[in-house]
Design a protein around this ligand. Sequence first.
Ligand SMILES: Nc1nc2c(ncn2[C@@H]2O[C@H](COP(=O)(O)OP(=O)(O)OP(=O)(O)O)[C@@H](O)[C@H]2O)c(=O)[nH]1
Ligand SMILES: [Mg+2]
Length: 368
Amino acid sequence: MIKFADEATIEVSSGKGGNGCVAFRREKFVPLGGPAGGDGGRGGDVVFQIKNNLRTLAHLRYKQHFKAKNGCDGEGSNRFGKDGEDVVIPLPPGSVIKDAETGEVIKEFVTQSESERFVFLEGGKGGWGNTHFKTSTNQAPEYAHAGKPGETRTLLIELNIMADIGLVGFPNAGKSSLLDFFTNARPKIAPYPFTTKIPNLGVLHVDQERDIIIADIPGIIEGASDGAGLGIRFLKHISRTAGLLYIIDVSDDNCFSAFQTLSSELKQFSAELAKKPFAVVCNKLDVEGAQERFETIRKSLPDVMVLGMSVYNRQGMDEVRKTIITLADTVKNTKPAATSKKKKTVSAFMAERSVCDTDEIQYPGQEQ
Ligand SMILES: Nc1nc2c(ncn2[C@@H]2O[C@H](COP(=O)(O)OP(=O)(O)OP(=O)(O)O)[C@@H](O)[C@H]2O)c(=O)[nH]1
Ligand SMILES: [Mg+2]
């Protein structure tokens, strides 16, 4: 099975401060020149920074130890040691930093602002050189301070992909086909279950100002919460969405219980996820008998928005598009203006990149 890099354990260390120096001024014609030992430099910090071109934690698979540079020791003639260089660890938006031992959440990156830097560990302070210890009674101190040590911590980094709309459905229902139709993503589509093995993201371009990110996750089957199929671990990636689309294949007789099965699996994963605004989309209306099944489902769920579509012959697609926009707006309308403004920038950024970009970094949607 392809492993989607959404978890990584890393060890980070800040740099040690440089030692203070013991030195004395020695110059011709300046007898007893006094102490002249400079201070040690500061150790480098451990810093995390959001990088929007990263979409997974694959880069942390190959490098798990990050160490900031130590500060340099102070020198004679009151010269300060150089500060140690920080180690900057890039993370994709949606990353959560946890203490590996306690599981305590240290930081959650919910924005996509690359300017957000999080200094996790500060480097050790540099030690004072002997100049600092000169007093009237001790004019030639023979001692200096050692630099303070850095700190080392083991961290668990988790990634929750950030998307506006999540697609939920049995395998083969047409989730990836929908993503392919509406967005720039080109996921693998095939007539067998579990074609999608890792989440795919796509951007639906609404207008100049607005894009909606849609997440297509691997199919859910009955018992997924107990580990059946690919399980429900990917559901966490749609936990921050504004709304969900349940995709139901109405060319299949299983369709009548599909919604109940899916929503109960979701509930077992997280009650909050199951409470998100949603709509049901019945797909494959072009197939014989599908229209009747669709009508039956619609009648059986009077309080739910149930739409019909066929990606195959482009039927009902406008309605589905409108529903996606309405669902994505639900959160926007309940949040303060500042937040929704941010959201725009977020998605506008996403629009600039193709989900199929080739890079050394693995992107969701790059299924091999
Ligand atoms: N007849 C018909 N077939 C469709 C339609 N939409 C999708 N399909 C087909 O259904 C099959 C499954 O489509 P996918 O989009 O891969 O389904 P999925 O839900 O992503 O499946 P998994 O990734 O396995 O969970 C493919 O063979 C599609 O061509 C439709 O509207 N009508
Ligand atoms: Mg798929």
